[in-house]
Ligand binder design. Structure first.
Ligand SMILES: NC(=O)c1ccc[n+]([C@@H]2O[C@H](COP(=O)([O-])OP(=O)(O)OC[C@H]3O[C@@H](n4cnc5c(N)ncnc54)[C@H](OP(=O)(O)O)[C@@H]3O)[C@@H](O)[C@H]2O)c1
Length: 352
């Protein structure tokens, strides 16, 4: 990408889009366009095409999407399929219509079949049934991959698709009802540590920054420390212990969003559709036992109580790992070690 190129980051307020934006700014790109969903609703075909016609971006990072956890995906499948299909179709078609030089489309590992062999290779796409809980979201994401592919094949476009593993990082969601794994457990340990220190001022500050979810926030009496402690106990944070779901025997992969932004930037700069093919996994190709992850987070937060497991709650899939062979062969590897990434993430979280 030329330094003066016009770059549109769709979804720049999100976890992934904000990391891409930070990276572009760090690299010295100045001609970056961003729009919130209030300013430009990408599900609106006419507005999206008008925006592309007026702005004529040279490069596009497509990180705008409606995303959510299992509960949201199960409750609102129609919204997940409609919004994500519309965003993908409108952005990809408008990019083609206005001559965008290159577009990078972000998908996710949920595109792979539920029983795909581990680690999941790119070739596993559409070889089996999807996980039912997020089928709607996955179908929209698979359609986005196919849109890119067919626009490349029919129109000679250069639209690339990347499928990243689970992310954490600056701008993450810490609502205990909807957060992903790492922010969820980190906040639980953090609140337990503050409870064990009797530091209710810091707890109140934390509760002002982030909701607990589960309808708990509205019930807290902020003048009464017992009422605060009761709410924290309900999310598994106690003075002397932290309660975690399952038994910690399953494996998960985690990647810092700055690493993902590095991969996106690298591919945008160096690799075209012909070299990448239909899509590529963005993964380290290794994972961690949750029990070990919990110990690392506990140590980083400095909580000295116990870890207790609520084995009445599900463990989830035993292992969900992506294969890193292709991304490695394209010349990219992640740079941020997990422990360092978690330390930096915790430091950032504490500054809020
Ligand atoms: N987070 C992960 O662990 C992870 C892992 C793998 C892949 N991914 C992929 O990365 C992409 C981004 O995920 P994320 O975690 O960064 O999501 P996120 O934090 O929820 O951010 C979503 C972004 O999309 C924008 N957006 C949503 N609806 C829009 C609309 N109708 N019009 C315009 N903009 C809209 C939001 O803008 P506003 O804030 O202005 O509403 C926000 O900037 C997704 O495709 C996801 O599948 C994420």
């Amino acid at each position: 990408m030329e330094k003066e190129a016009k770059i549109y980051v769709a979804g720049h307020t999100g976890l992934v889009g904000s990391a891409i934006l930070r990276r572009l700014q760090k690299e010295g790109f100045k001609n970056i366009i961003t729009k919130t969903s209030d300013e430009l609703d990408l599900t609106n075909q006419a507005e999206t095409l008008k925006f592309f016609e007026e702005e004529k971006p040279d490069y596009v990072f497509l990180a705008a999407a409606k995303v959510g956890g299992i509960l949201a995906n199960k409750t609102y499948p129609a919204e997940f399929i409609y919004i994500n299909l519309m965003i993908a179709a409108n952005v990809i078609h408008s990019a083609y219509k206005t001559g965008v030089k290159k577009l990078l489309n972000l998908g996710s590992s949920c595109i792979y079949p539920k029983f795909a062999p581990q680690p999941m290779k790119e070739e596993s796409l559409l070889t089996g049934f999807l996980e039912e809980t997020n089928e709607a979201y996955a179908l929209a994401k698979i359609s986005a991959i196919k849109l890119c592919r067919y626009y490349n094949e029919q129109y000679g476009a250069n639209f690339i698709s990347v499928m990243p593993t689970n992310q954490y990082g600056i701008g993450d969601n810490f609502n205990m009802e909807t957060a992903h794994l790492l922010p969820m457990i980190m906040r639980r340990f953090h609140l337990a540590k503050l409870l064990s220190d009797g530091d209710f001022d810091s707890i109140k500050n934390d509760l002002k920054c982030y909701k607990l979810g589960w309808g708990l926030d509205e019930k807290i009496d902020f003048e009464n420390n017992e009422s605060i402690e009761e709410a924290l106990n309900k999310i598994g944070a106690f003075r002397d212990k932290v309660i975690l779901w399952g038994d910690g025997s399953v494996y998960r992969e985690l990647m810092c969003s700055d690493d993902l932004a590095d991969a996106c930037f690298y591919l945008m700069e160096n690799k075209d559709y012909q070299e990448i093919g239909e899509h590529v996994n963005i993964t380290k190709g290794d994972d961690i036992l949750l029990k070990d992850l919990f110990e690392i987070v506990k140590e980083i937060v400095g909580f000295e109580g116990e870890i207790s497991y609520d084995t009445s709650k599900p463990n989830g899939t035993p292992r969900k790992m992506m294969d890193a062979t292709k991304i490695k062969s394209l010349g990219w590897e992640p740079k941020i070690p997990l422990k360092q990434g978690i330390k930096d993430f915790y430091e950032w979280y504490k500054t809020l």
